[in-house]
Design a protein around this ligand. Structure first.
Ligand code: GDP
Length: 348
């Protein structure tokens, strides 16, 4: 079947996109994974999955990043499994440690409180380094300089369907800058002051706020955050956006506010609010038809013709994409369709 013969999902019509036809042109793009040596077994399983559903036809590079040195064994096994070139980078120490503006005693008492409140990863400093790094520092890594797009692949994810087109070309042709597959609600206890800090950013740096933004997706009807965010363990981004002046100013502002450590801000709400504030609403894309699994949630195409066309290997009854309450994909589409900018305090 040639790409032109594919059935296009209704969602693509709604989002006004077309699927590119394969040609010999390769995008400047890479698959990017933050991973430890001890994750090798999971990593190989994930590589095999992404290769068989996508990359064995396109041979994109794969960049592996680690806060430690990669072992010879890790390099050998992964480079043999990837059909494109592989690159291995070490994260500079200052990108993986508590910044000097964080007060050690205040930090310790925040940690103690979060542990006693049983907040997920509340006691972990490493997890905080990981979230801070993924939130903004990762895009400064020299290994990513040569690319325009990255697809974040965590070490423990699975795609459940064939991807019958070049996902990076799709981004470029359709002028997309941020792509996601699932959106969920954040645990409020991990981000108590994030919303306030975001408002402060919009006041101090109003020049970076896109007048045609999609912030109405995350407003709860009043002026508060409804906690919806893109689940960033699947994420395709335009690197020129996230390493550009506006996004990096946004990241620096949040970093200085201290919430990556004093609270436990995740990279998912940080990326999401950045994209929602600073991109045009048409530049954010919900990918459908791919199928996805990362503990504990699934996306599995519910439309039978898409499910069959893309050889999906998942259980449609386990799909979380269209559930409401905790999940936000339906709300995302509604927000796109209903231009309620009039009521949106983020439209100047
Ligand atoms: P979760 O999805 O929020 O539970 O986070 P994970 O623990 O799955 O981590 C997200 C990604 O970062 C995965 O690809 C992990 O392999 C990787 N990762 C997490 N912690 C570390 C770490 O301390 N060092 C390195 N190098 N990678 C990490």
């Amino acid at each position: 079947v040639r790409p032109t013969d594919y059935i296009f999902p209704e969602l693509d019509v709604l989002q006004n996109v077309t699927h590119p036809i394969d040609d010999c042109e390769h995008e400047r793009a890479a698959l990017v994974t933050l991973v430890r040596n001890s994750d090798l077994a999971n990593m190989l399983h994930t590589i095999e999955n992404i290769e068989s559903h996508f990359n064995n036809r396109y041979h994109y590079d794969w960049v592996f990043l680690n806060d430690d040195d990669f072992t010879e064994d890790f390099r050998k096994e992964t480079s043999e499994a990837v059909s494109g070139k592989t690159f291995y980078g070490k994260i500079p120490k200052e990108y993986w440690s508590i910044p000097e503006w964080i007060d050690p005693e205040a930090y310790q008492s925040c940690i103690d409180q979060m542990v006693s409140d049983n907040i997920i990863y509340g006691g972990s400093t490493t997890y905080r380094h990981m979230c801070r790094f993924q939130s903004g520092l990762i895009y400064r890594h020299p290994l990513l300089k040569q690319y325009d797009y990255s697809w974040r692949i965590d070490s423990d994810i699975q795609v459940m369907c064939d991807i019958p087109y070049d996902i990076f070309k799709f981004m470029r042709v359709n002028k997309k800058k941020y792509g996601f597959i699932l959106s969920v609600r954040e645990y409020l206890e991990t981000i108590p002051s994030l919303w306030y800090t975001i408002i402060e950013f919009t006041e101090k740096f109003s020049q970076y706020i896109n007048p045609n933004n999609l912030m109405n997706f995350v407003l709860d009807g009043e002026e508060n955050y409804n906690l919806c965010h893109f689940w960033s363990n699947f994420e395709i981004v335009d690197l020129n956006f996230v390493r550009g002046e506006a996004y990096q100013a946004y990241f620096n502002f949040l970093d200085k506010a201290g919430g990556f450590y004093y609270e436990r801000w995740g990279d998912a709400p940080v990326h999401s609010l950045g994209a929602l504030l600073m991109l045009d609403r048409s530049e954010i894309h919900l990918f459908d038809g791919i199928g996805y699994h990362h503990v504990p949630f699934n996306a599995c195409p519910v439309q039978n013709d898409i499910f069959v066309q893309n050889n999906c290997d998942c259980d449609q009854s386990t799909d979380h994409s269209w559930e409401t309450d905790f999940f936000c994909n339906a709300l995302f589409l509604q927000s796109l369709a209903h231009d309620n900018r009039v009521d949106n305090l983020f439209h100047k």
